[in-house]
Design a protein around this ligand. Structure first.
Ligand code: KG4
Ligand code: ZN
Length: 351
């Protein structure tokens, strides 16, 4: 299975094999990050991202085939992210996939990017359904019950900023550069996480949603009050922000696992973390504690497969292909595409 990913600022392609028992082999996984293109703007510029995808995608696909030692006519099918994401970029990847599918006479699989994140734990750890996923990336923060391929139930989302976005904004106002997550984490290790008591929005409410914009504003007001900031101020703010989000995420994970235990008695709860923020060690440690307290297993795929990549798209394509779920060449790219839409469902009668 060839997988193509172009929904944000990574141009990526991979060749992944799935055997009849659901075992995976990543034959290649090529990712070109566009950090340099966007660095001067402090964030991803959609138009520049789309142009860079046009420039590099063909080469990245050729490299993925070369590294896997396969030619394009040997793949079973072509999978590409068809949304949600920056629409210019999605169009580049999906159109390329359609052209390849048409020219090679292969099936097309239009992959929901969120499904690709959701199924990554099966690619890396062969996790069995059902499980709970926490997706925390630059564009999404949500708990999803993963019942099967195409069968998702969203239990909570952010009502404002995504968690990665909050990290990026805090990094920006502390002048730490982009992407902000790794920079905030690095500087936070030199700070005191208890120095500032930042708010934990929504935490007292019994719902599985997140809200990070009030926290971000509190961080901004604190930074403005202290300006000019010393290096220690920056480290303390970063550490205190990170402590706040780690607590929020861990408390919510505990609540989500309690719901899992109540709704799926007899199933050992598993929490799978996906998305770039999964790289954060402080958040990982807090989630580890929440899972230990709930008797749940925590699965965090390797970092390179948590951030956007082609292997997860190829894998989602392979899981769908195994169920005969392919798409027509008239499938249109979608800027928004919630996982729990009915059209995600695989028609098992066809399989
Ligand atoms: O999944 P991803 O690569 O792209 C999206 O689909 O959004 O996630 C990128 C996000 C960025 O907001 C980045 O700041 C954040 O993940 N991130 C982190 C860390 N590494 C990446 N956030 C916190 N701590 C990190 N170590
Ligand atoms: Zn993503």
């Amino acid at each position: 299975m060839l997988g193509i990913e172009t929904s944000c600022d990574e141009t990526a392609a991979a060749i992944v094999l799935r055997d009849q028992f659901g075992h995976s082999t990543i034959a290649s996984n090529v990712v070109r990050s566009q950090l340099d293109e966007h660095a001067a703007f402090g964030g991803v510029v959609p138009e520049l991202a789309a142009r860079a995808h046009v420039t590099y995608l063909d080469h990245i696909i050729a490299q993925a085939c070369r590294e896997a030692g396969v030619s394009l006519d040997q793949v079973d099918a072509i999978a590409a992210t068809a949304g949600p994401g920056l629409i210019g970029g999605v169009l580049v990847g999906l159109t390329t996939a359609k052209a390849l599918a048409a020219a090679l006479g292969k099936p097309l699989i239009a992959v929901n990017h969120l499904e690709a994140h959701a199924l990554t734990a099966r690619l890396t750890n062969n996790v069995a359904f059902p499980y709970l996923m926490l997706l925390v990336s630059g564009g999404h923060s949500q708990f999803v019950l993963v019942r099967g391929v195409g069968d998702y139930e969203r239990w909570g989302s952010t009502i404002d900023d995504a968690l990665g976005e909050a990290f990026d904004k805090v990094a920006k106002l502390l002048s730490l550069g982009h992407p902000g997550g790794p920079a905030v984490e690095a500087i936070a290790s030199k700070g005191d996480p208890r120095h500032f008591k930042f708010p934990r929005p929504l935490l007292r409410e019994a719902r599985l949603d997140f809200s990070f914009s009030g926290l971000k504003t509190a961080v901004r007001l604190q930074a403005e009050a202290l300006a000019p900031l010393s290096d220690q101020d920056v480290a303390d703010i970063a550490a205190s922000f990170q402590a706040a989000v780690a607590e929020i995420v861990a408390v919510r994970a505990g609540q989500a696992l309690a719901r899992f235990a109540a709704e799926l008695p007899g199933t050992r709860p598993t929490l799978v973390v996906a998305g770039g923020v999964a790289a954060n060690r402080r958040i990982g440690a807090a989630l580890g504690e929440a899972c230990a307290a709930a008797g749940a297993e925590l699965v965090v795929p390797p970092m390179a497969l948590c951030t956007d990549n082609g292997a997860m798209v190829a894998w989602a394509g392979a899981e769908r292909f195994a169920l005969n779920a392919t798409d027509g060449l008239n499938f249109t790219a979608r800027p928004r595409w919630p996982l729990d839409l009915p059209d995600m469902k695989v028609n098992h009668e066809a399989a």
